[in-house]
Design a protein around this ligand. Sequence first.
Ligand SMILES: [Zn+2]
Length: 335
Amino acid sequence: MKNCKLNIAGTLLLLLIGATVSAQTGMPPIIPIWDANKVELKLQKLNNDIYAIIPTTAEKETSMGIPQATTGGFIVGSKGVLLIEVMLSKRLYDQEVKLIHSVTDKPIIYAVNTSDHGDHCFSNYLLPAATIVIQNEFAKENLSQNYDYIKHFMVTLFGTNRGIENSVYRAADIVIPKNSNLKIDLGDEKLVELLNVGTAQSPADLFVWMPNQKIFWAGNPFIAESPAIPWLFDGFFLEPAANLKKVYDFLPEDAVVIPGHGRITNKAGIKYTIDYVQELKKQVEAAVDKGLTLEQTKEAVKMKDYDKGYVLFDWLHFNFNLPNAYKDISDNKKK
Ligand SMILES: [Zn+2]
């Protein structure tokens, strides 16, 4: 795994170097992708003592294909609060705390980060000292070794002076290794399962599942419903393709899904991600079988049927999703 550690930052850095060379590679069409200085968060009650935290724009803009800020949530247990995502900056973290205080005076006893990307974990340093921070094992390893690099990567996509520079590394207290899970009983039937199924977007993913209430925090692997497509920019394709399907199959039809960056949806709502990834896999396999180069594959596999207005479609599809699929599928064929 050693060489995987620089993936997000490394890929982006290569991309930035490439940005001046080619118009096709390069930066997203908008920077910041969303503006942490403008995002307003609100509560959405899901069940007794269970809340999602969602950007106020998500309800209207998700289906318009406009990238949304990070979603999160919290569960009020008998002893205290379990918080899901701490957000990118102090400004957003403070909004979360205010939302929590609007429904309970209990302390935040657990904070879960579903990714090592800064918008999920960069405000850990602001949590009370007593809060127990929980991450995927790889996320902790990567953050402990490459924090400045990840900060640089976040600033590149989300802008300077958005509070990202102020973040200070705080080590997680509990980590969940690959193919493991952790169950936390918050009392009153509020059981929370934290699942590390391996790479679904990055090796740092963690899913949050409440089996009794059928509520699922999907994090970055399921960014949002259509027209959003996945951000497979951490250098992996085949493992995410298999794991996204596995997670999708695991979910019951009536599950409530809080995607990583969009309005609350359901199992049907995240099917678009599965369909896009399976179609990309099929078409790139066919291209590799024909012996096409990467450039020829980009010409042949435009997947215009799936380009339904997501602002980041071209950037993600041609710079990351397709090249990573091509790399994994070609490498696999050589074996
Ligand atoms: Zn995110």
